[in-house]
Design a protein around this ligand. Structure first.
Ligand SMILES: [Zn+2]
Length: 286
């Protein structure tokens, strides 16, 4: 995917769903969903997920789907090292997220820039996403998460970051968290669910011209998603919710007598497919 292709794609709808896979049935669910909706979909693999799946195997599966005319794209989610980002560029992923958000700003800029330069040299058809502001939590079951003011993306710093690194997309921290926490502490106050700072999304969007990515979308409500899109979000990541469905459905299915893997796994695929379709339609059509 190159910049022009992404811009053209984003003109056709409102926002894209990104979800993660580490098993074949999760991948299959995405393919089934796109066959039905005809809405483009981004499939992500984190470092752990692609190590488990095999980076070459997932890339081949996505390529094969593309050849069949199915609109799926592959993202190397949260590359923490320059080397893992380079590897995904070499494998011609559509997107690579270099996540330097835990580094200080100068180091984040420096390393992200190196990834962009490598891409420029090696393969123009991979888009680079940078991350600025700190995203807490991880895509698993969580307890209470604390959100501090300093975690949030500063619009001016976002502008400086994009200008200096020349990233194609930007992941921001605006009250979103990875995972589905049991509660969120914001400025010392405990609330039930993460609360998005829509005003901040809008301010960032006005400062940077690249598409904005919202990570940690699991557990928000319909209104939040639509408002986030309205204020400038182009891609929404949902992971934990799909992992939950995967586990729950698998447990249910395993209770049946069968030992035939495809009979056990098919209900899992169906349930995930249904949820992907739901989010795709919500994000893309509004
Ligand atoms: Zn993420």
């Amino acid at each position: 995917m190159n910049k022009e292709e992404l811009n053209n794609l984003l003109k056709k709808g409102r926002a894209l769903l990104h979800y993660n896979v580490s098993t074949f049935e999760q991948f299959k669910a995405g393919i089934e969903a796109v066959k039905e909706t005809k809405i483009p979909l981004i499939i992500g693999v984190s470092e752990g997920e692609r190590n488990y799946f095999g980076i070459n195997y997932i890339e081949d599966l996505i390529d094969e789907a593309k050849e069949q005319g199915i609109k799926v794209f592959l993202n190397a989610d949260h590359c923490k090292s320059i080397n893992s980002a380079k590897e995904a560029i070499d494998y011609k992923f559509d997107f690579v997220l270099f996540d330097g958000s835990e580094l200080n700003l100068q180091e984040n800029i420096l390393r992200t820039k190196k990834v962009v330069e490598y891409r420029n040299k090696k393969n123009k058809n991979t888009l680079i996403e940078g991350e600025i502001g700190y995203l807490t939590g991880h895509s698993d079951i969580e307890g209470i998460i604390e959100l501090k003011e300093e975690y949030f993306t500063d619009p001016e710093i976002a502008e400086e970051f994009v200008k200096k690194t020349k990233v194609d997309l930007l992941a921001i921290s605006v009250g979103n968290v990875h995972g589905i926490p049991k509660g969120v502490k914001i400025k010392g106050k405990l609330v039930e669910k993460p609360k998005l700072d829509f005003k901040r999304i809008k301010e960032i969007k006005e400062k940077v011209k690249v598409p904005l990515v919202l990570h940690g979308g699991s557990g928000l409500n319909k209104k939040d998603y639509l408002k986030a899109i309205e204020n400038g979000i182009s891609i929404i990541h949902i992971n934990t919710e799909f992992r939950n469905i995967w586990k729950k459905e698998l447990e249910k299915s395993l209770k049946k007598e069968s030992i035939v893997p495809y009979k056990i796994l098919n209900p899992v695929v169906k349930k995930i497919t249904k949820k992907i379709i739901f989010y795709q339609k919500l994000f893309w059509l509004g």
